[in-house]
Design a protein around this ligand. Structure first.
Ligand code: BES
Ligand code: MN
Ligand code: ZN
Length: 497
C-alpha cells in the first residue's frame, strides 16, 4: 500500500473510494457536509432514516454516486465522540480498511484523520490511520493463493495534503512494513519458518539496508559460549537453533544501544512435558517475540533512527525426542547459574536466559525482551494488553506510555522479590517453574536472574501476539509499541525521517 497526498478539493478527488467517519448523533459537518451537497443530499437522506453507520466500527459502502470524483463512499461509524480515544480510532480505521479490502476498490482517499480523537494531534491521526489501513489490507498468501475473483489489495491511499501529512505517511509506511514483516513471519507454518529460516530473513534484511548488520551463531559457537540452557531446549529438534543478532548503527560510535531480545520458538510441542493435542498448531506463533523483534528492526532501518539498536533473537524448536531434555535435569546456563528443569514446556525462559546473558555482553543501555511466555498472561490480561514486568519504575513508565501512544497497549505486573521464592530448588540455583500462583510473574522472576545489572524489562505478549479464533493470525504486536518507545528515546518523531 502506497500513501500519497493531494491538494484537490474532496469532491474532486478521483479515487475508487472516499472514506469518511461519522460520530454518533445527527447531522453532518465538515467534509461530510461538503460531500453531501456535492452528491445531492444522499447522505442527509440516509441520515434522516438513521441509515448511516455511526456506531463504532460499523460500515456502509455507497455506490453509483454522481457529482464527485470518487466512485464509492465508505462511511465508517466512529461511536460516541467522547469515547473516541486512540484505541477506538485505531479500531474504526481497521474496520474501514477491512471493508475497503473486501470491496474491489484499489485506491482510496482517506478523511478519517479529520475525526476528533481525545489527546491526539493531527500528526498522530494521519500516521496511525496509515498504519491501521495497511494493517487491514493484509491477507495471508504464502501457502494459499487468493482465488481469481478475490478482492485485490489496495494499491494507493491518498490523504489531504498539508499539516505535515507527507512526513507522517512516510513514517507510517516504515512502521507498517515492520508490522507486516512480523505478521508474515508469525503466520508462516512451522515447517517453513524454522530457526534457519528466521536467520535467512535477518540476512536478507541486513543485505537490503545500509547500516543494518547481522551476526548468526550456530550450535558450535553456542556450545563454546556455554549456552546450555538454550541448547537444552534445542537438542530434541532436527531443526538446529540459531542466535540471531541484527544491529542498527544509526547513532554515534560507542553509544550504548537499546536492545530487544525475542523468544523465537518456531514450534512449541512442550517437549517431553508434551502439550495436549487440541490447539497445539497455535504454537507456531511461539516465535511472536522474534517476529516482533525482527519487525521492529525492519522499521528502525527504514526510519533510519538516529540511535544504536540491537535486535537479538533466540530461535529454537521445542520437540520431544530420545535426546530431548527432561524434567529433573539440571542445566548450567551461560552465566554459570544452575537450573532444575521441572517442565520442558517452560522452554521460553530457558532460551531467553542465555540470550539475555549474551545481550548483556553488548553493554546495552536498556534491554527489553519480548516473549509469548505464559498461558497465565492470557488469563490475566486477555488479548488487549501485553504484560510489562521490571524492577525499574522509570522503564515501566516508558513502556506503558509507548503502549498508550501507539494504541498497542501494555500493562504492568509486579516483579516483587516476594515472588522469587516460588522458583527456589533444593537441587539448583532455581527451577524453571513456579507453580500455579502468578505464573507470568514467576517466569519474569526467572528471567530477572539472567538480566542482573542490566536496565531490563520483560514483556509477555502471549495474549497480544496473535488473534485467537477465526482466522488465527499474527497481529504484529508489539512492533507499534516498540517503535514508539525507540523513537521517543531517539528524541521523538521530529528527530526522525
Ligand atoms: N509458549 C507457551 C506459552 C503460551 C501458551 C503462550 C498458550 C500462548 C498461549 C510457553 O512455552 C508455555 O508452554 N508455558 C507454560 C509454562 C508452564 C509450564 C510453567 C504455560 O504457560 O503453561
Ligand atoms: Mn512451552
Ligand atoms: Zn513456548
Amino acid at each position: 500500500m502506497q500513501f500519497t497526498t493531494t491538494d484537490a478539493a474532496t469532491s474532486a478527488v478521483e479515487t475508487d473510494c472516499l472514506i469518511i467517519g461519522l460520530p454518533e448523533g445527527n447531522g453532518l459537518d465538515g467534509a461530510a457536509a461538503e460531500i453531501d451537497s456535492a452528491i445531492g443530499g444522499v447522505l442527509t437522506q440516509l441520515d434522516k432514516g438513521s441509515e448511516l453507520p455511526r456506531k463504532a466500527g460499523k460500515t456502509l459502502m455507497l455506490h453509483a454516486l454522481t457529482g464527485i470524483g470518487a466512485r464509492r463512499i465508505l462511511v465508517v461509524g466512529l461511536g460516541k465522540a467522547e469515547k473516541l480515544d486512540a484505541v477506538a480510532f485505531d479500531k474504526a480505521v481497521k474496520a474501514a480498511g477491512k471493508a475497503l479490502r473486501q470491496s474491489h476498490a484499489t485506491s482510496a482517499h482517506c478523511l478519517l484523520a479529520d475525526a476528533k480523537v481525545t489527546d491526539r494531534d493531527s500528526d498522530w491521526k494521519v500516521r496511525q490511520a496509515g498504519i491501521a489501513l495497511a494493517y487491514a489490507d493484509y491477507v495471508y498468501s504464502a501457502t494459499k493463493k487468493p482465488k481469481d475473483d478475490a478482492p485485490p489489495a489496495t494499491d494507493t491511499v491518498s490523504f489531504p495534503a498539508g499539516k505535515g501529512a507527507e512526513q507522517q505517511l512516510s513514517l507510517a509506511s516504515a512502521i507498517a512494513a515492520g508490522v507486516q514483516r512480523a505478521r508474515d513471519l508469525a503466520d508462516l507454518p512451522p515447517n517453513i519458518c524454522t530457526p534457519a529460516y528466521l536467520a535467512e530473513i535477518a540476512e536478507t534484511m541486513a543485505a537490503e539496508h545500509d547500516g543494518l548488520e547481522v551476526e548468526i551463531l550456530e550450535d558450535e559457537e553456542m556450545e563454546k559460549l556455554g549456552m546450555n540452557a538454550l541448547l537444552a531446549v534445542a537438542v530434541g529438534s532436527a531443526n538446529r537453533p540459531r542466535l540471531i543478532r541484527l544491529s542498527w548503527s544509526g547513532g554515534k560510535d560507542g553509544d550504548a544501544p537499546l536492545a530487544m531480545v525475542g523468544k523465537g520458538v518456531t514450534f512449541d510441542t512442550g517437549g517431553i512435558s508434551i502439550k495436549p493435542r487440541d490447539l497445539m498448531e497455535q504454537m507456531k506463533f511461539d516465535m511472536g517475540g522474534a517476529a516482533a523483534t525482527i519487525g521492529a528492526m525492519e522499521a528502525v532501518a527504514r526510519l533510519k533512527l538516529p540511535m544504536n539498536v540491537e535486535g537479538v533473537v533466540a530461535a529454537v524448536e521445542n520437540m520431544p525426542d530420545g535426546k530431548a531434555y527432561r524434567p529433573g535435569d539440571v542445566i548450567t546456563a551461560m552465566n554459570g547459574k544452575t537450573i532444575e528443569v521441572h517442565n520442558t514446556d517452560a522452554e521460553g525462559r530457558m532460551i531467553l536466559a542465555d540470550a539475555l546473558t549474551w545481550t548483556g555482553r553488548l553493554k546495552p543501555d536498556t534491554t527489553v525482551d519480548l516473549a509469548t511466555l505464559t498461558g497465565a498472561c492470557v488469563v490475566a490480561l486477555g488479548h488487549h494488553a501485553s504484560a510489562v514486568m521490571t524492577q525499574n519504575d522509570e522503564l515501566a513508565e516508558e513502556l506503558l506510555a509507548a503502549g498508550q501512544r501507539s494504541a498497542d497497549r501494555t500493562w504492568r505486573l509486579p516483579l516483587w522479590d516476594d515472588y522469587q521464592e516460588q522458583i527456589e530448588s533444593p537441587f539448583a540455583d532455581m527451577k524453571n517453574v513456579g507453580g500455579m500462583p502468578a505464573g507470568s510473574i514467576t517466569a519474569g522472576c526467572f528471567l530477572s536472574r539472567f538480566a542482573e545489572g542490566q536496565r531490563w524489562a520483560h514483556v509477555d505478549i502471549a495474549g497480544a501476539a496473535w488473534q485467537w479464533g477465526k482466522p488465527e493470525s499474527g497481529t504484529g504486536r508489539p512492533v507499534g509499541m516498540l517503535v514508539d518507545w525507540l523513537v521517543n528515546r531517539a528524541g521523538g518523531w521530529n528527530a526522525v525521517g
